[in-house]
Design a protein around this ligand. Structure first.
Ligand code: 7PJ
Length: 281
């Protein structure tokens, strides 16, 4: 019980890094936003957010673009239409951090204007204008690694040394951010499970997640319900809870500071077991 409490935080998202942060994924079904079911869909999204907060989420992640393998492009206008009204509604009703999962400068700009706490970019601010928009704000950023682009990234991913390649990518992106005036203390790193990686690559990254801690930044891990769980266990998407929890626990033991999950309550339970044990280590 004599654990020293450090007060280290991710400055602009004010995360307590002594405790694993749970990022709850908000499922929005884009198609129903453009038809008559808009109101119902909006309200059910807010209910989902409320439930995630009750269950112990620290951050809510909203995404308006599907980045699943093979996904098609969405326009900036459509993405803004899906995401920004929800951001506004969440910020006016709840005291919770919100991250916006986007790679578009226009969406980032709107997200910043309406009080988002973090930009979660699977393209690590590589798209045109993104570094500049983010540099004008004080928002936190998650830089995720992806080989290739969602449409084709799973076709034949190859690495010389996956850990070194990802580390090199992170170093380059951190340099670029700093060069544009985005301070290192605003950044979070994510190796991007499932993004241009085979099953074996994903498990190697999970096993060696601690390597990314060498850059001195918080690490985010998103394994929840992914193919790396389903393909290993031969489970459909709705049968992946146990596998997802096991992988999340490994990620935390390997130093993950933030886990991105669909099942908030179950993930918080797992974290609480880990911290009960950690007191005696
Ligand atoms: C991730 C993400 C992830 C971050 C998605 C899915 C695919 N953002 N957005 N990390 N995955 N930072 O949830 O299956 O792993 S969308």
């Amino acid at each position: 019980m004599s654990k020293i409490i450090q007060t280290k935080t991710i400055t602009s998202i004010k995360c307590d890094l002594n405790k694993t942060q749970v990022m709850g994924i908000l499922n929005i079904t884009p198609d129903s936003f453009s038809d008559g079911g808009q109101f119902t869909c909006f309200n059910s999204a807010l209910k989902q957010v409320e439930q995630m907060i009750i269950n112990g989420a620290d951050i809510i992640d909203i995404g308006g673009e599907s980045t699943r393998p093979g996904a098609v492009d969405v326009s900036a206008q459509d993405e803004i239409f899906r995401v920004i009204p929800l951001l506004k509604a969440i910020k006016s009703r709840f005291d919770i951090k919100v991250s916006i999962d986007t790679s578009k400068e226009e969406v980032m700009g709107e997200a910043i204007t309406y009080g988002a706490d973090m930009i979660n970019d699977v393209r690590a601010l590589q798209n045109k204008g993104c570094l500049e928009v983010v540099a004008q704000s004080n928002i936190a950023v998650c830089l995720m690694h992806m080989q290739g682009l969602p449409r084709s990234m799973q076709e034949n991913p190859q690495y010389k040394n996956i850990i070194d390649d990802i580390l090199e990518f992170f170093k380059q992106r951190i340099n670029c951010c700093e060069h544009h005036g985005i301070n290192k203390d605003r950044l979070v790193l994510d190796p991007g499970f499932g993004f241009g990686k085979t099953l074996a690559h994903n498990y190697e990254v999970l096993a060696k997640l601690t390597h990314f801690k060498s850059l001195g930044l918080p690490v985010l891990a998103g394994v929840s319900r992914k193919s790396m769980i389903g393909n290993l266990l031969n489970r459909k998407v709705n049968e992946r809870l146990a596998g997802s929890l096991a992988a999340a626990i490994v990620a935390i033991e390997q130093g993950a500071n933030i886990i991105r999950v669909h099942d908030v309550q179950e993930s918080v339970d797992a974290i609480n077991i880990l911290s009960a044990v950690a007191q005696y280590k």
